[in-house]
Design a protein around this ligand. Structure first.
Ligand SMILES: Cc1ncc(COP(=O)(O)O)c(C=O)c1O
Length: 482
């Protein structure tokens, strides 16, 4: 049962003084309007007559008479020894004309971005909810977490992330180089704005096809950029980068999104040297390296650069969205010490500090081994899903479809040579409840291609449902083959 906040009620004394209306009529109209517009929802409890009279500085009798009139006309119910409530159903004659729909048109529970095959979505049902809620509970009554917090992130979390990144991703840093953010998305925005400020007159480079969210930031902040081609077989066009004088590049070097290739060590060293010589920035988005199934994971480029003392142009970005769950909205960036103040200035301007309760719980989750246990479990599960996907695609499509992405992360990238249009296939899949991303989604700059391509996420797909869903995809695909 909700209790109504009546603080927006006020009495127009001038209208009453003019003698055209009585105080009771004004109060009646105000309450009735709020009920009919749905601002005071059905079965919500009204303030007591004593409270409302005192709030409006009018006699309690006036309030009692008004409430009773509203009861008589069917807008309120009176409950003995309890008070007055908005009626469950309102007088019919007013419903059609005045009632305004106040519920949201579409809730987020059902957002299509979480649907079957939606890329980039972690498996939610395997998350250790009980342990996580215990950690949230542990910190929920700490009053020190209620005030303004360190803009850079709680020290406990930065120290925990430092231990995790050092041991799991070979990142070389100290906790004061880590900035906690609300996801990789915010890290990308901060990194792009910072590098742009330091090297304003050159264009930035982004992968094509690539992560759409990067271009959104560049467009929003009117930063000029060029694309660097990525091919599933030959990878990122390294020569194009090292021949350019751009201010920097955004890369997903360990599992290029969405092509699923990686940059080899030799080429990584070439890029690091280019960044040094040209004083350009490398933004390394290491979003899903925890999940590599076919080969040993590459260590971070940041760590590789630090080995030769060349990490001062490296910005490393990570996210908890894949290793935990998407709505956590926690990410982090590791920046060279000289860049910390500027990044904090930008973070301050964009959002201020990051919610503290979740940071405190996350620090414990990492320190007490919960994160690593979960990652190990999920690596096995995602690998199984990947193998099932691969087998089902082979069974249903044979040579017609080529799985071009490496065994890593939460998605599989497919290519075909037939004339089947990827957008049409995606639309047909959507009609039967699947989220199949056409490659064009990742290509803000249209490029002529002689193949069709889609991205299928398997992170949140129940493993036992994958074979049937792939069969449905095959039916749709072959219905389009000429
Ligand atoms: C390339 C890439 N980077 C980062 C992320 C994670 O972003 P965020 O932390 O904002 O959820 C994703 C998620 O899909 C991604 O695909």
């Amino acid at each position: 049962m909700s209790v109504i906040d009546s603080s927006d009620l006020s009495i127009d004394l001038e209208a009453i003084a003019s003698g055209k209306v009585t105080l009771q009529q004004v109060l009646f109209q105000q309450i009735r309007t709020r009920i009919l517009k749905g601002f005071w929802p059905s079965s919500a409890k009204l303030p007591s007559t004593r409270l409302l009279a005192s709030q409006l500085k009018i006699s309690r009798n006036t309030v009692i008479q008004t409430y009773e009139q509203l009861v008589a006309e069917g807008y309120l119910n009176a409950k003995a020894n309890s008070g007055f409530y908005v009626a469950l159903s309102l007088p019919e004659q007013y419903m059609a004309s005045d009632q305004v729909q106040v519920t949201a048109e579409r809730g987020t529970d059902d957002t299509p971005n979480n649907g079957f095959f939606a890329p980039g979505v972690a498996e939610f049902s395997a998350f250790p909810m009980t342990a996580w809620s215990r950690l949230l509970q542990r910190h929920s009554n700490r009053s020190t977490l209620l005030g303004n917090q360190d803009l850079q992130g709680l020290v406990s979390l930065r120290e925990a992330l430092h231990r995790y990144l050092t041991s799991s991703r070979s990142v070389v840093c100290n906790p004061d180089q880590i900035i906690v953010t609300s996801g990789a998305q915010q890290s990308i925005a901060i990194a792009l704005l910072a590098t742009q400020k330091l090297k304003p007159h050159q264009r930035f480079l982004v992968e094509l096809p690539g992560y759409r969210q990067v271009v959104k930031v560049l467009d929003t902040f009117a930063v000029d950029y060029d694309f660097v081609d990525v091919d599933a077989r030959t990878g990122v066009d390294i020569q194009r980068i090292v021949n350019s004088e751009s201010s920097g590049i955004y890369l997903t070097p360990s599992n290029q999104y969405p092509m699923g290739c990686s940059i080899q060590t030799e080429q990584r060293l070439q890029l690091i040297e280019w960044a040094q010589q040209n004083q350009s920035w490398i933004i390394e988005d290491d979003y899903d390296s925890e999940f590599q199934f076919d080969s040993r994971p590459f260590r971070s480029m940041q760590g590789l650069a630090a080995e030769s003392g060349n990490a001062d142009k490296m910005i490393y970005i990570g996210s908890m969205s894949k290793v935990m769950f998407n709505s956590l909205r926690i990410g982090y960036m590791v920046v060279p010490p000289h860049l910390v103040p500027l990044c904090l200035e930008i973070k301050d301007a964009l959002s201020g500090d990051t919610p503290a309760l979740v940071q405190a719980a996350l620090a414990d989750f990492i320190d007490e081994g919960g994160l690593l246990r979960h990652i190990r479990k999920m690596r096995r599960l995602y690998e199984q899903k990947y193998r099932v996907m691969k087998q089902c695609i082979q069974d249903a499509f044979g040579q017609d479809w080529r799985l071009v992405s490496q065994g890593a992360g939460l998605h599989a990238t497919i290519q075909w040579q037939s004339s089947v249009d990827e957008i049409t296939l995606s639309e047909m899949a959507q009609e039967v409840g699947m989220v199949v991303r056409p490659m064009q989604f990742y290509q803000p700059l249209a490029k002529p291609r002689n193949y069709g391509s889609i991205v299928l996420g398997f992170g949140n797909a129940p493993i036992e449902a994958i074979p049937d869903k792939v069969k449905v995809l095959a039916e749709l695909y072959y219905s389009l083959v000429e």
